[in-house]
Write a protein of this length. Structure first.
Length: 409
């Protein structure tokens, strides 16, 4: 009996020690799970603390989620500190943006898993998303200018800044303003300066014929003045404008310009020629030669005249035959030779029957003023019919066929 009691006591004591060891082991494991992140804390009010953090114990998954969100907080702090020393462009490199983007994707997945819709965790994820979007747009702002993207991201940042007013937001605002300023300078360049080079369509620049070295200098100066070298395609344009291919294009333009000047001079010369000169091969008939004021050399025929359409055989100037392609100045002493003229009879003067050749018809009907007779001082009307006085004919005596001439007194 005594042995049974001792054996039972030993069993109870052993079980007790085993249970105590088990409790100690569990407690130790939980301590090991929490000691690496015991300094991690979230500044939320108790009502905003995620449910899994309000428990008396946490599991490994909870710890992993908390670590991820702490990394998000560290990433935001990194961006804030580096923004203080960055005035232009981006804060993060391409690799850092990729790393933070992967971190954010994990954090958002955990946020959805734990049904977190508000609080510091949600706010941190939103901030990191905003800054990553800002970094992405700023990184492409000059290589692929997009005014609408710049406007949209500025509005998003403005909305967040109104709610929280973080200093890092102001730093991003400055960078966005710098980009907007460069966009304005780019717009002015593309409107005023770039068209001087020619026309740009479908990625091809067609150089204008009027472009010369002076035009090139003006465009290059505009690129420097507007601080436009941040745009890669304008840097490339600057390289083209100072390269050998561009010099060849300018040389070609010089040749074209000289040709155009020659063509213009030719046009002006032809205009002068048309106004002061006449081409020899345009004098084809007697009428042409007469209109040009040339002397006519053609055989005459009595009672006939030469027809205006009679052909001109040749033109002679200073005893030299003028070629058909030569020009003759108006007024030059040129002789038009008509070797085989065409004749037509001269018109004869004929008085048609019933027609009067005098112009008295109108005078007959005219009313003339009275006329005073100087001998009688009497007035008479020229239109009145006067009676003809009958003057007796004197008898003439003819002597020996001569008239009787009264003697001289």
């Amino acid at each position: 009996m005594k042995k049974v009691i001792i054996t039972l006591f030993v069993l109870i004591f052993g079980c007790t020690l085993g249970l105590i060891g088990l409790i100690i082991n569990i407690t130790w494991d939980q301590y090991q799970d929490t000691k690496d992140w015991e300094a991690l804390k979230f500044g939320d009010e108790i009502k905003d603390v995620p449910p899994f953090l309000a428990r008396n114990y946490v599991n490994a998954e909870d710890k992993d989620a908390a670590v991820v969100w702490q990394q998000v907080a560290d990433a935001l702090e990194n961006i804030k500190e580096r923004s203080k020393t960055t005035k232009y462009g981006t804060v993060l490199s391409a690799d850092e943006r990729k790393t933070f983007a992967n971190l954010l994707a994990t954090a958002l997945t955990l946020q959805e898993t734990y049904h977190i819709t508000s609080g510091q965790i949600a706010k941190q994820n939103e901030d990191l998303q905003l800054y990553l979007d800002l970094e992405a747009i700023l990184s492409n702002a000059y290589e692929h200018p997009n005014t609408q993207e710049l406007i949209d991201i500025t509005n998003r940042l403005y909305t967040v800044n109104l709610q929280y007013g973080a200093p890092v937001d102001d730093l991003y605002f400055k960078r966005l303003r710098n980009v907007a300023k460069d966009y304005k300078a780019l717009s002015q360049f593309l409107k005023k300066e770039f068209p001087k080079l020619g026309t740009y369509q479908d990625g091809v620049l067609t150089i204008g014929e009027e472009v010369d070295e002076e035009t090139t200098k003006e465009v290059l100066a505009a690129i420097d003045k507007g601080n436009l070298k941040a745009f890669p395609f304008l840097t490339q344009l600057q390289t083209w404008l100072t390269g050998s291919d561009w010099e060849k294009a300018l040389h070609h333009n010089e040749i074209v310009k000289e040709f155009q000047q020659w063509k213009e001079a030719e046009h002006n010369l032809l205009a002068v020629q048309k106004s002061q000169y006449i081409k020899a091969d345009t004098i084809l008939t007697l009428k042409d030669a007469t209109d040009a004021g040339f002397t006519i050399d053609a055989p005459e025929k009595e009672g006939y005249q030469i027809k205006p359409e009679s052909p001109v055989a040749m033109l002679i100037y200073e005893n030299v035959v003028v070629g058909p392609e030569q020009y003759i100045r108006y007024g030059a002493e040129v002789t038009a030779v008509i070797e085989e003229p065409e004749y037509e009879e001269l018109p004869t003067e004929e008085v048609l029957e019933g027609e009067e050749t005098t112009g008295t018809t109108e005078l007959e009907d005219a009313v003339l003023p009275p006329v005073v007779d100087p001998t009688t001082q009497e007035e008479w009307e020229p239109n009145e019919e006067e009676e003809e006085e009958t003057i007796p004919e004197e008898e003439e005596e003819i002597i020996d066929g001569e008239e009787d001439i009264p003697p001289e007194e």
